[in-house]
Design a protein around this ligand. Structure first.
Ligand SMILES: C[S@@+](CC[C@H](N)C(=O)[O-])C[C@H]1O[C@@H](n2cnc3c(N)ncnc32)[C@H](O)[C@@H]1O
Length: 357
């Protein structure tokens, strides 16, 4: 059992989390980090930073106390000049991964989580309704809300870009196969399937809500893959298209509770011929939940911000559900922590199955 003091520290860390988050994000949003990155040899006073970003030197001094304490920004106490500290070691790729997450947490999560308790009690995302007058899940509701959709979409695309090379290293696609990317959003997954697995006569179809079609087709066109990638609009709970050899289900099953996951998997099994393949890519919880930050993020995210249900499961649970839905599990792989950038929250698993006769 943790000591009383350890328990109090845990509670202190919990209430400091949102305060720290906005302090650090604000340093980015004001453009302070950009300014310092553009002139790495320059030292800036609070007056200079304030003048550049439109704030008082006193506010800049206060705002930078935390990043100085955390070692992100350095302060020379003698001269009162700031330079980048730990942040100086990060490259464009790191910022391109971290900042969409921070922006998504601000835009999609911060306000909605005020209603987390209500969402859990109601079994629907109360924040969407109270804050934006939207009903349904985040994915249905935000089809017409650019602010929410684009904050979420940038984060999702960054995750997909990052994880897909590892995913496709573990996927076998044969020449002439027809691949369905179930819940494939606006087609990035289909494009990446083609790029990673450009076998002869490969056809990849993205299936998602019909409202995603125009953007998906524009993305295929822009990628020069209109001849290889196509789109089918629909709702997975109303039917999964037939005629495919292989179905990819990426970042989708984690959005649902057990009953709905089984409905989806059974619908996929029903749409495949015996021997057809399914590859599931999902954020997973490790067998020991203390081994990653996944549970710090996903329960609040799914219950309070997007679905009011769902959340990742352990690989063993997904494997059991896949078997229950009529597949033979042929392989289950978990992402190796050592190969992941230290900021990454989701740890992914891949579970492959073959449709039983
Ligand atoms: C978390 S995103 C994953 C997107 C993509 N597979 C990826 O890995 O980048 C979930 C996707 O599921 C779609 N979706 C949600 N409910 C759906 C349903 N009932 N039928 C079809 N698509 C759905 C959403 O529109 C969204 O694009």
């Amino acid at each position: 059992m943790p000591t009383k003091d350890q328990t109090l520290v845990t509670l202190r860390e919990a209430h400091l989390g949102p305060m720290r988050f906005m302090n650090i994000l604000s340093v980015f949003e004001l453009g302070i980090v950009d300014l310092m990155r553009k002139q790495p040899n320059q030292r800036f006073t609070a007056e200079q930073l304030g003048a550049a970003v439109g704030a008082t030197p006193d506010a800049i001094y206060q705002l930078l106390l935390l990043p100085v304490k955390d070692g992100l920004i350095a302060l020379d106490e003698r001269t009162g000049e700031y330079t980048l500290d730990g942040l100086a070691q990060l490259g464009d790729e790191d910022f391109a991964r971290v900042l969409p997450w921070m922006n998504m947490i601000k835009v999609v999560c911060l306000r909605q989580l005020y209603y987390l308790t209500d969402s859990i009690r109601a079994g629907e995302v109360v924040g969407l309704q109270k804050l934006f007058g939207l009903t349904g899940t985040f994915y249905e509701a935000t089809l017409g809300n650019d602010e929410l959709r684009s904050a979420w979409g940038s984060m999702m695309d960054a995750v997909t870009e990052f994880i897909d090379p590892w995913f496709f290293d573990n996927v076998e696609v044969g020449a002439g196969q027809k691949v369905l990317d179930l819940a494939g959003n606006t087609g990035l997954g289909a494009i990446l399937t083609y790029r990673h697995k450009g076998v002869e006569n490969l056809q990849v179809t993205c299936f998602d809500f019909p409202e995603k079609e125009a953007e998906a087709l524009a993305n295929f066109e822009a990628a020069g893959l209109a001849g290889h990638c196509s789109f089918i609009g629909g709702d997975v709970f109303k039917g999964v298209p037939k005629g495919f050899d292989l179905v990819l289900i990426k970042h989708f099953l984690d959005m649902f509770d057990r009953d709905n996951v089984l409905k989806i998997l059974r619908a996929v099994a029903g749409a495949l011929e015996p021997g057809g393949q399914v590859y599931i890519l999902v954020p997973i919880y490790p067998e020991d939940i203390r081994e990653s930050s996944s549970v710090d993020f996903f329960p609040s995210y799914f219950l309070g911000c997007t679905m009011a249900q769902g959340g990742p499961q352990k690989v063993s649970t997904y494997s059991a559900w896949l078997e229950e839905a009529g597949f033979e599990v042929t392989r289950a792989v978990t992402q190796d922590h050592a190969t992941m950038p230290a900021d990454m929250v989701p740890v992914h698993g891949i579970i492959c199955g073959t449709r039983k006769a």
